[in-house]
Design a binder for this molecule. Structure first.
Ligand code: HEM
Length: 434
């Protein structure tokens, strides 16, 4: 038998060993450098002087408990500071690891991109989200609500007087139908077909089910350290497969939208037989008034399909489920709202009729306040900055500050749910549904 040592010369073996050693040393040195940068940033950060909860761990602080993320973050409910953060997207952007993780699933959609690209995408998308356009979609919302009402009524009559209905599961099917039709004229038929999934919902479930999964330690490391992204992960193959089918279906939907805007081979700005978010944004993107360098590429337009599903599906179903929960615990509110709704003379109210119902409006706002479907968000500073405060903060040395020094790389948490429950803003009964 011939051994490897006999096939390969000792010089080659020595060279391979030296190459391997130098590769390990290079990656090791890079790792140590990143760790040193991380600890240097932590120890010299001005955020260290701000008061916070007792430290659970010298290395992880309290964030391990919150998100399992080892990092120092500014956590503020000061409304002036928060306004400054969300209004200055050239300084405060979504953290790169989260954007990388999501972009692998969705592509470069508006939820992920930043800077000029974000500005251009928003400019083109804004008309699609205008009040006039949303008004045109009301029929979809009403039709699907009536379909859900009939499904629940049928379930109740099957079981007798009282039935156990899984409201969240049904609402999730309803809002998937709504976002399909309102988003890109796609029939998921989730309410009608129950467990029977269409191709797009299958691809989407795969993308956010098995393929995405809960990010494990390797995925978190890859998200934080770009150099590690060449290491293959077990979920890569199924993610790629799900992405491929998502893109194939997205291309079909995009072509349908484009076709509906073309008459006799020419783009017709006024021709809009196919009203939905995607077609409206394709129309805005094809508009001759848009400079060529600001137009979205087909790839960017395609990325908005899964983006709309992610942004508009579970947010709306969770919000509605929480609103029903809150109403179930407040019979008087429920009665008052039912009376207001029953006074509407028909089963198909227009958007204007719905908008003229003040109690409905108050219930929706209060449910969104108390049970915010997106409980928090985060940002990272891409430049040094000074964060203005409405109320001065006293640091751990007793010194008062009316602004906070932010350094490039500092992470900030936007605690939506905490602000919505803040007693200093809403009063002592801020935890109640009123
Ligand atoms: C109750 C329902 C909803 C809630 C509570 C909600 C909440 C939010 C929040 C908090 C953000 C900001 C995230 C951040 O910047 O960190 C956001 C962004 C966004 N939402 Fe919603 N959303 C809802 C429904 C929808 C629907 C129906 C759509 C339609 C497709 C949608 C599309 C978007 C888009 C495109 C963005 C990104 C905007 C940008 O980055 O410029 N959302 N949403």
């Amino acid at each position: 038998m011939i051994t490897v040592a006999e096939l390969v010369s000792p010089e080659r073996l020595m060279m391979a060993r030296e190459l391997a050693t130098s590769l390990v040393a290079t990656f090791g040195a890079y790792g140590v450098y990143r760790l040193l940068c991380f600890f240097y940033g932590e120890w010299t950060s001005p955020l260290r002087d701000l008061p916070g909860p007792p430290n659970e761990s010298a290395v992880f602080g309290n964030l391990k408990m919150l998100w399992g993320a080892p990092s120092k973050k500014l956590y503020t409910t000061d409304c002036k500071a928060l306004n400054h953060i969300v209004m200055n997207s050239s300084v405060y952007q979504k953290p790169a690891p989260a954007r990388w993780f999501l972009s692998r699933l969705l592509g470069e959609g508006v939820l992920i991109v930043e800077g000029e690209t974000h500005k251009n995408q928003r400019k083109i998308m804004n008309p699609a989200f205008g009040a006039a356009q949303i008004r045109e979609l009301t029929e979809i919302f009403i039709d699907k609500s009536l379909e859900l009402r009939d499904a629940w009524t049928a379930e109740i009559s099957r079981e007798g007087e009282v039935a156990n209905v899984n409201a969240l599961a049904w609402l999730s099917r309803m809002t998937l139908d709504v976002i399909g039709l309102a988003g890109f004229n796609y029939k998921f038929n989730a309410l009608a077909d129950g467990e029977e999934r269409t191709e797009l919902s299958h691809a989407f479930a795969n993308l956010f089910g098995r393929a995405a999964g809960r990010p494990g330690p390797l995925m978190l490391m890859r998200a934080r350290f770009p150099l590690l992204r060449w290491i293959p992960a077990r979920s890569d193959a199924s993610r790629k497969q799900a992405r491929t089918s998502m893109v194939t279906i997205g291309k079909e939907l995009l072509q349908n939208s484009k076709d509906s805007l073309v008459k006799d081979g020419k783009f017709e700005k006024s021709s809009l037989t196919n009203r939905n978010l995607l077609t409206l944004l394709v129309r805005a993107n094809m508009d001759t008034d848009i400079p060529e360098n600001q137009r979205m590429s087909d790839e960017e337009v395609l990325a908005q399909v899964p983006t709309f599903i992610v942004a508009g599906h579970e947010t709306t179903s969770t919000a509605t489920a929480w609103a029903l929960f809150a109403l179930s615990k407040a019979p008087e509110t429920q009665k008052k709202l039912r009376d207001e709704l029953l006074a509407v003379p028909n089963d198909n109210p227009s958007m204007d009729e719905l908008n003229s119902l003040p109690y409905l409006d108050a219930v929706v706002r209060e449910a969104l306040r108390l049970h915010a479907p997106v409980p928090n968000s985060s940002r990272v500073a891409v430049k040094d900055d000074v964060l203005p405060l409405a109320k001065p903060v006293v640091d751990r040395y007793g010194k008062s500050h009316d602004s906070i020094l932010i350094r490039k790389g500092d992470e900030l948490l936007i605690p939506i749910m905490v602000i919505n429950h803040d007693k200093t803003i809403w009063g002592e009964d801020s935890h109640e549904f009123k």
